[in-house]
Write a protein that binds this ligand. Structure first.
Ligand SMILES: Nc1ncnc2c1ncn2[C@@H]1O[C@H](COP(=O)(O)OP(=O)(O)OP(=O)(O)O)[C@@H](O)[C@H]1O
Ligand SMILES: [Mg+2]
Length: 226
């Protein structure tokens, strides 16, 4: 479903964030990208989201090269992908419910659909009892669960998580990892970028290791070695 073919990204002559990266990810896989700071993890996710274009190479998603997508095709393409970040990026003056509902409103979804879907999403991320709390009234783990709920509103095929547990204590970290596994079991491809050795080693899922922009390892049931 996702294929990177000899993808390179140069920001300048002496800075190549990715070098000739080739891999493919099957539908419904759970894949982690690991590597030191600056290895190229975020760059790779940004290319997949088409926030940037590669300097060289092809990126195929469902058989279509996204590098040549037209500007007007990009919003529809992006709905295939839900994204979560280390810093949650919630709207501070909206409740948990409203943060999720707003993402649906912004996409022009009907009020009835919103009223039906948001409670289901809140239930999946186990936040029914915190629906009316504002972000400042939620723990870090709860905030990230709202962000995951929001990322799921378009029923994406792919959920991309860039260091989703970077700001969380170990207990909340495991809540989030368990939730990502659950979402994966329900049929969503999950792509995780992380530094966290313990998570990777405990997950025992496929691990792709980046080192200074190069893909140096690709292992099923991988461990964090970089
Ligand atoms: N917009 C940009 N302009 C110039 N250089 C950039 C830009 N974005 C990233 N880089 C460089 O590309 C390289 C890869 O960065 P990237 O953010 O992908 O690393 P990362 O693996 O996500 O690191 P971290 O673990 O710290 O988040 C780094 O050397 C970085 O300085
Ligand atoms: Mg990064």
């Amino acid at each position: 479903m996702i294929e990177f073919k000899n993808v390179s990204k140069y920001y300048s002559d002496d800075c190549s964030a990715l070098k000739e990266v080739t891999f493919s990810i099957r539908p419904k896989e759970f894949v982690s990208f690991v590597g030191r700071s600056g290895a190229g993890k975020t760059t790779l996710l940004r290319l997949l989201l088409k926030e940037e274009n590669p300097s060289e190479g092809e990126i195929l998603v469902d058989g279509k090269n996204i590098v040549t997508l037209k500007q007007k095709e990009i919003p529809v393409y992006r709905r295939k992908i839900g994204v979560i970040f280390q810093d949650f990026k919630l709207l501070p003056n909206k409740t948990a419910y409203e943060n999720i509902a707003f993402a649906m409103e912004a996409a022009g979804r009907l009020e009835e659909e919103i009223a039906e879907d948001v409670p289901q999403i809140l239930s999946l991320v186990e936040l029914v009892d915190k629906a009316d709390n504002f972000p400042c009234q939620l723990s870090g783990g709860e905030k990230q669960r709202v962000a995951i709920g929001r990322a799921l509103v378009h029923k994406p095929d792919i959920l991309m998580a860039d260091e989703p547990t970077g700001n969380l204590d170990p207990l909340h970290t495991w809540d989030i990892i368990r939730l990502l596994c659950r979402i994966n079991e329900l049929g969503t491809t999950v792509i995780l970028a992380t530094h966290d050795r313990e998570i990777i080693n405990a997950l025992s899922k496929r691990v792709l290791s980046l080192d200074r922009g190069r893909l140096i390892r690709d292992e099923e049931n991988g461990r964090y070695i970089v």
